[in-house]
Design a protein around this ligand. Structure first.
Ligand code: NAG
Ligand code: NAG
Ligand code: NAG
Length: 425
């Protein structure tokens, strides 16, 4: 016990004055593409070591631009660093600003070597531009984006959630827009694990015969997180993704950008995506190497493929006031009716009772609901609607069980009347 303070005192002089530790949320193996070159950087508490040359950087002093309003796992920092190693005998101090974006994404700017002016000494406050409130932290245009090579799992919800059809246009090659109905993004939890976070999404490209730059390809992207940043006075949402199987690092990571709250009449959402791992090539939702226009679509999977059909008396167009409800192989309620934009597909039936699977446009979840559907008279169709419920995979193996347990008696029913004719009021 008594030796501890002595050891501590003895080790003190060995520490270079002002040396600091690089915060843990920056540690890891990072990839960036800088002016066409692949850069790999290893960061730990002591050093910032890139494969660029023989040298490495050590932190001398650090300022943490803490942002208490943001509940984030990391902070932006400005570091005064010193170059070590290499053959150049002149000591080089430099300022490095690092913007913490997500656990997988950093953006940084490294200044040139500082030459001390006579009369002033090199220090974080005196030598680093970004410590001057006039300059502040660098904007996205002047930073390099670093992608973490050993990814941390991040929920995709902040990037994509649900199912989309998309059109795409590759900037180079002049091929034009490919808008194929089967080009889709599916950002859903795996079936059967619907309560687990989803950290990947699947992007399926389909080829258009008249678009030479289009392709047939399916890519599983892992989400690297998303962040908000201002570019040319406009606030954009950025996201980064990693192709889960791509070996070539240059092709693996992509930067994406969109505008939140796009006011589009057709409810479409524009995104742009980079070709290489960089974010500076994205300069607006109409300008980028790959332009995407996303439209929410109903999910189609094993759960909502129809397994029975509606009685011929009830197939057709129906109305609630002026809103059209169509019943063909599925029953579609339009969005106008209190956000009920859902699709019901017949799974089992006995007489006038139906077991239906229910999906909401663009969402991944599948619920089940029982209905008793019967014409009330020549004009009206009466729906007695049960309470929606979830099922797990085991229950689906014996579907008769679902019907017996839920549809034979319709507890807590509410009635909906569908009219053969639209009425305006
Ligand atoms: C880092 O700085 C940027 C640009 O000033 C800001 O938008 C962002 O919120 C900051 N991030 C954190 C974690 O403080
Ligand atoms: C450097 O600047 C920061 C923020 O402006 C301030 O809190 C700190 O005391 C300054 N340090 C020195 C040594 O002047
Ligand atoms: C259909 O419902 C009737 C009356 O509720 C019942 O007796 C019969 O067993 C059911 N049929 C099937 C195949 O479940």
């Amino acid at each position: 016990m008594q030796t501890t303070p002595v050891l501590f005192l003895l080790s003190l002089p060995a520490i270079v004055w002002g040396r600091c530790n690089i915060p843990a949320y920056f540690h890891g193996d990072w990839y960036s593409r800088e002016s066409g070159t692949d850069i790999k950087t290893l960061i730990n508490a002591d050093k910032w070591d890139s494969n660029e040359d023989e040298t490495q950087l050590e932190c001398v002093d650090i300022f943490i631009h803490s942002n208490p309003g943001l509940q984030q796992d990391g902070d932006n920092v400005t570091m005064l660093m010193v170059k070590t190693g290499g053959t150049n005998l002149n000591t080089c101090y430099m300022c490095v600003d690092v913007l913490w974006r997500t656990p997988n994404i950093l953006q940084y700017r490294q200044e040139d070597c500082i030459t001390a002016r006579s009369g002033s000494q090199i220090s974080l406050n005196d030598s680093c531009k970004s410590m001057n409130p006039w300059y502040g932290l660098p904007s996205i245009d002047v930073t390099f984006t670093m992608f973490k090579q050993s990814l941390e799992k991040i929920n995709c919800v902040t990037t994509f959630e649900g199912v989309y059809q998309f059109s795409y246009e590759v900037d180079t090659g002049g091929g034009g827009i490919c808008n194929h109905p089967d080009s889709q993004i599916k950002a859903c939890q795996e079936p059967g694990s619907q309560y687990v976070d989803n950290d990947v999404f699947v992007m399926t490209y389909r080829k258009c015969l008249d678009v030479s730059t289009s392709k047939n390809e399916q890519i599983r992207y892992q989400c690297m997180g998303s962040w908000f940043a201002v570019r040319s006075g406009i606030g954009y949402t950025y996201a980064a993704v990693a192709d889960t199987v791509e070996q070539d690092t240059r092709e693996k990571f992509k930067c994406m950008m969109t505008l939140k709250n796009q006011k589009d009449a057709n409810n479409q959402i524009r995104w742009v995506m980079s070709r290489f791992p960089d974010c500076t090539s994205l300069s607006g939702v109409y300008r980028g190497p790959l332009k995407l226009v996303l439209t929410r679509i109903p999910i189609s999977n094993d759960y909502n493929t129809p397994r029975c059909s509606f009685d011929k008396d009830i197939v057709g167009n129906w109305f609630i006031k002026r809103n059209r409800i169509t019943i063909d192989d599925k029953m579609h309620f339009p969005p106008a009716l209190n956000q009920m934009d859902f699709y019901l597909s017949c799974q089992q039936t006995n007489g006038t009772r139906y077991l239906l699977s229910q999906t909401v446009l663009g969402k991944c979840d599948v619920n089940y609901v029982c209905m008793d559907i019967e014409p009330r008279n020549e004009r009206f169709l009466q729906l007695k609607v049960g309470v929606p419920f979830r099922v797990d995979l085991r229950e689906l193996e014996d579907p008769g069980l679902l019907f017996r347990a839920n549809c034979e008696t319709l507890a807590d029913t509410s009635d909906i009347l569908l009219d053969k004719y639209p009425i305006s009021i």
